[in-house]
Ligand binder design. Structure first.
Ligand code: HEM
Ligand code: HEM
Length: 339
């Protein structure tokens, strides 16, 4: 097939659909702790492999731009570098060939490079504009798009098959793509924070948990909370790429507050980090004082942390110091925390 002007347009427009699709479906997968994560990842990975399959054609387009030294061509190269880094880290994570390097997991590099690529990508599309035309929706374009997606699906199936046949570590990952670490060995559980939180020092002597419900404040001491014995086996699935299943002990939130008229419940950490939950979820969310049979370690949330089974790790607020029911709807929060 000749790589003519129409193919160049088509390639760029396909990239215009696939790159944002990969970015958004990645976040969509992060927002689920249930099987829905796999469906999002299926779309995610097909978008990712679609980009990869377009690489040979896009290289021809890029070589032309670089040869004629288009204005800020180096910014497009930086963009390419970040996309390639993200793709490579994603594949290293999923196959398990390299799951971390230095202080970073492959998943952190994967997501970090993708976020860093966004401003460059927006600039690139605006600076190298390809105006839409009716012919972009022609039967031929659609057929090409169908072939590309089928090819990407096959590439994904082939890579998963290879991972299994070769017995690579990736064959053991969960439906979220995460790897098991230290299940039922709480002392070896990794310590991670969402973005910028640092492990706080908590002096337990004066420590109180403040619970506000229906305008009423109740303070709980650590010993009072530790006297509860509600238990659950739940899996902490971190967006950094690992999961760990543990036996947690503590108290169901519904035993600490039963707000009559509230719309949601805000759980705040001593660090200022917070997440909001619906009132109906209270009977299924545990405020844990222990993991295994031992108190929590500082890094894992001492004195108390949330255990929110079926939700990704960033919902499992650590170092909880305040819980308050109010009339703000549960959706009135960013889908992902920014601290
Ligand atoms: C993964 C996504 C993409 C990567 C990594 C990428 C990379 C590049 C690179 C390295 C160049 C050559 C340097 C330059 O001219 O600035 C280039 C050129 C170009 N890109 Fe992209 N690009 C991507 C997506 C897109 C999209 C979505 C569009 C438009 C919808 C687009 C349109 C163009 C155009 C029109 C050129 C100029 C080619 C020429 O001067 O002949 N690119 N791209
Ligand atoms: C330019 C943007 C991105 C591209 C091109 C991309 C592409 C990929 C690729 C190719 C894989 C490996 C799939 C495999 O080999 O099986 C992957 C895995 C993964 N990506 Fe992305 N990704 C991007 C951004 C993101 C973002 C922003 C997130 C999350 C917020 C994310 C979350 C994941 C997860 C969780 C996996 C693991 C899937 C698994 O192991 O089954 N990705 N991605």
């Amino acid at each position: 097939m000749r790589f003519n002007a129409s193919m160049r347009r088509w390639t760029n427009l396909a990239l215009l659909l696939l790159a944002p699709s990969a970015f958004l479906t990645g976040w969509l997968a992060f927002s689920f702790g249930t099987a829905a994560a796999r469906w999002s990842l299926l779309a995610h990975i097909v978008s990712g492999y679609g980009l990869l399959l377009l690489a040979p054609w896009k290289s021809v387009i890029a070589a032309h731009g670089i040869r004629r030294r288009a204005r800020f061509w180096w910014a497009s190269l930086t963009f390419s570098g970040l996309v390639i880094l993200s793709l490579a880290a994603g594949i290293l994570h999923s196959t398990g060939l390299l799951r971390s390097a230095g202080d970073f997991t492959a998943m952190e590099v994967h997501v970090g490079a993708a976020i860093a690529a966004v401003p460059f990508g927006v600039w690139h599309v605006l600076a190298r504009r390809v105006p839409a035309r009716a012919a972009d929706l022609s039967r031929r374009s659609m057929l090409r798009a169908g072939k590309l997606l089928a090819g990407a699906g096959l590439a994904y199936a082939a890579s998963e098959g290879l991972v299994r046949v070769a017995g690579l570590p990736g064959s053991g990952r969960r439906f979220t793509g995460s790897y098991e670490v230290a299940s039922f060995q709480p002392a070896s559980m990794p310590v991670t924070q969402w973005l910028f939180d640092a492990v706080p020092k908590v002096d337990i002597t004066g420590w109180r948990l403040q619970v506000t419900s229906d305008g009423h404040l109740r303070e709980w001491t650590y010993d009072e909370l530790a006297a509860f014995d509600d238990r659950v086996i739940a899996t902490l699935d971190c967006t950094g790429g690992f999961y760990t299943t543990q036996r947690w002990t503590g108290v169901w939130l519904s035993r600490l507050l039963r707000p009559a008229g509230a719309l949601s419940v805000r759980v705040c950490s001593q660090t200022g980090y917070d997440r909001r939950f619906s009132v109906e979820d209270m009977p299924r969310i545990l405020l844990a004082t222990r993991v295994g049979e031992s108190p929590l370690s500082s890094g894992n949330g001492f004195p108390v942390r949330l255990v929110a089974a079926g939700r990704r790790g960033f919902w499992w607020v650590k170092w909880v110091s305040r819980i308050e029911a109010d009339n703000i709807p549960v959706f009135w929060q960013l889908p992902f925390p920014v601290q």
